[in-house]
Design a protein around this ligand. Structure first.
Ligand code: CA
Length: 427
């Protein structure tokens, strides 16, 4: 296990960069992303308050010379090269950044010329897809979500399939269509079949849905043939993002038998642009549900491996107000990341630097905390009323879907920024 101190997590730390009380990005967070400005090409940055610390310039000015990173780690359109240094060195980097931003350290602060070069307002920067994503895997790890879907489409008395409490169920998704916050989503077209019709029709999906998920990004794993154990899984996880795994329910219903999700899923998935390190989330560990029946030994784990992260989804209608349609929490997962990674690699499947593993829809235990419109509107039978008097069963053209997420304790908040996606009409 990685032993370097998490000195960047000390609650009493304060930065000389002004950070408002409700900011997602206090000095205890320091998430990594890729940004550009009018004068700067894509590069690695760290969010602090409403600003971005430019790591490419910070490196060039010599502030990171005590570490083993090179210029290309930060002057890069993706985080992967930096992540290639692994858990220990990324922790050292985050600790060093924390030191430089600390209110009691004037090493960087005293040089006003340098400050101009290394700080950019988030409002004048463009955020980009931060990771060159290799493989994308989507789990199905929220019991309430699996129960809701099983109840709607099969039988409330046998909602969970027999394997569900033994296997963190998942499928391999597609990484080419993973897009960053801010990029529009085009309504997909495809085959759909009504129950009463004999043959399918072709057209734009009428039942476009979001899925409230979180994703985690991996460091380099182990060679093909070797497994990652639950107790070491943390060392292979770089950080997390908010993840909207868009789904076309009508296309899904017709196509998913027998091999599972395909075109109903792979037209787009949206991710938030700041990757919050697992290190920054350590203070928010919490216990998971009691797993009954007992899991097989390779899925057993010790200590608290769940995370208490509040999540919400809003829909903003064109020229209208936002409406919060659900409030959930990442702690509602039945299977945690350590179990997911252990399961994913138990057959020897290798994990690479920059893989993305998503949680599956995160539904809380009661109405008001469900993670998709399918569940919120209960298959369209209970529409949601919007501020302008209209109703939503699923997502309309022109709607903007906004995910937010943050972990809070008495001292500070570690947030993810917003994941914002507007839906455009089918082409
Ligand atoms: Ca999903």
């Amino acid at each position: 296990m990685v032993k370097e101190k998490l000195s960047a997590n000390i609650p009493s730390l304060k930065s000389w960069v002004e950070v408002s009380e409700n900011s997602d990005f206090p000095i205890q967070n320091l998430p990594f992303g890729v940004f550009s400005t009018k004068t700067k090409s894509k590069r690695v940055g760290v969010a602090i308050g409403n600003q971005i610390l430019d790591l490419a310039n910070l490196y060039e000015l010599g502030y990171l010379s005590s570490l083993s990173f090179c210029e290309h780690c930060f002057n890069n359109e993706f985080l992967n090269r930096m992540m290639g240094h692994g858990k220990i060195e990324i922790r050292e980097l985050r600790n060093r950044i924390s030191e430089l931003l600390n209110i009691s350290n004037d090493e960087l602060y005293k040089d006003k010329k340098h400050l101009k070069l290394v700080l950019d307002l988030q409002s004048s920067a463009t955020m980009h897809l931060p990771i060159k994503i290799g493989d994308y895997t989507d789990f199905y790890s929220s019991e309430q979500h699996a129960f809701n879907v099983g109840s709607m489409f099969r039988d409330p008395n046998n909602a969970l399939l027999p394997n569900w409490k033994h296997i963190p169920v998942a499928y391999h998704g597609r990484s080419s269509s993973i897009i960053p916050s801010g990029e529009d989503v085009i309504r997909p077209k495809g085959q759909q079949k009504q129950d009463e019709s004999e043959n399918p029709i072709f057209g734009a999906s009428k039942l476009l849905d979001f899925e409230l998920e979180m994703g985690f990004i991996t460091f380099e794993g182990k060679p093909l043939g070797e497994q990652i154990f639950t107790e070491e899984a943390d060392d292979f996880i770089f950080g997390m993002c908010l993840f909207n795994d868009w789904s076309a329910r009508d296309i899904q219903k017709w196509e998913y038998v027998p091999l599972g999700p395909f075109l109903a899923k792979n037209f787009a998935s949206s991710m938030s642009c700041w990757i919050v390190t697992l290190d920054a989330l350590e203070p928010f560990r919490t216990s998971g549900p009691v797993q009954n029946p007992k899991v097989l030994p390779y899925l057993e784990y010790k200590n608290d491996k769940h995370l208490n992260i509040d999540l919400s989804v809003s829909i903003k209608i064109p020229n209208g107000e936002e409406k919060v349609v659900t409030e959930s929490n990442y702690k509602h997962m039945y299977w945690n990341m350590n179990q997911q990674l252990a399961h994913h690699s138990v057959n020897g499947c290798n994990i690479n630097c920059g893989d993305l593993l998503a949680s599956g829809t995160i539904s809380g235990p009661q109405k008001g905390s469900f993670g998709s419109m399918l569940e919120i509107s209960w298959r369209g039978t209970q529409p949601v009323s919007m501020p302008d008097g209209s109703e939503r069963k699923f997502i309309n053209d022109g709607d903007t879907v906004i995910f937010r997420g943050a972990a809070t304790n008495g001292s500070y908040k570690v947030g993810f920024g917003e994941l914002v996606s507007k839906v455009l009409p089918a082409k």
